[in-house]
Ligand binder design. Sequence first.
Ligand code: SD4
Length: 332
Amino acid sequence: MSDQKRRNFLKLGLIGAAVGLVKPFKASELVAKSFETKIDGPIVISTWNHGLAANAAAWEVLRVGGNAIDAVEKGVRVTESDLTNRSVGIGGMPDRDGHVTLDACIMDHESRCGSVAFLEGIGHPISVARSIMDKTQHVMLVGAGAKKFALEQGFDTIKTPIPEVKAEYKKWKKENQDLFKKPEINHENHDTIGLIAMDKKGNLSGACTTSGWAYKMHGRVGDSPIIGAGLFVDNEIGAACATGLGEAIVRIAGSHTVVELMRHGYSPMDACRLAVERIISKHKDLTNLQAGFIAIDKNGVVGSYSVYNGFNYALKTDTEEKIVDAPFNRNW
Ligand code: SD4
């Protein structure tokens, strides 16, 4: 953000606060700044440990002056291709009927976006989402229509579940005769990749892709392909993405909420924290309700926050490549 724009924005914030429209920035609401990093130059952040490999691929694009949108797509394709990953791409866990249904979305610095949900048998849902963004007038395609589009675009089909996953599913099915028992989400079965990047020009983009909640109901779609829930980018302000229990994230339009809080002057970490606190305030039962956000603002400040401990993200810059533990509201 230019200095002039920032001044205008702060002025607007003060006027808004005076008339009760905008929540003013309160110093007392800030938590330790040590959790935030301001970075000059390109940045990539992505959820969980598998983010390291995705960031490295995204970095190959950013390093040579490539665009953030190409970087985010290239990055998460690595995770989608990893057959050992049980929560993203074709190695993902199936729903309770044995189908692996994939969700993904992508958004660029011009607020162009594409999304695909309930897609079966296609290896790179993120690239299908990118094609929807680039080649159609729509934002979102789902199910059979999304598959038809993917085939028309020349995407290869892949048989899922892969054999190892099929074996796990059979075992689960045998042990869970009551298929409509509430499936549990925990920190082992929710590892979506959400990746956001800032390129050399300072433009932001994001991508999010998942096989969703293991043993979900057939037809269930989570937050990950929902623009504003699993991912949101506003190039004037910042970008955010989410991981965790999709239903809880959708309820508060999570990633959009984080970006809007940044618009109102909150730092990325405080914006993530306030979104998490909003989730907490909307749920009486927080058992197994993990949800976390990562965010970058337009000035290159990075932040994150989660409901429970154990959430982390991968950070890549010119000088660093590391996993960062997110601050959290409570212990498991
Ligand atoms: C979902 N949010 O489908 C996804 C799952 C997830 O890390 O984030 N896993 O609800």
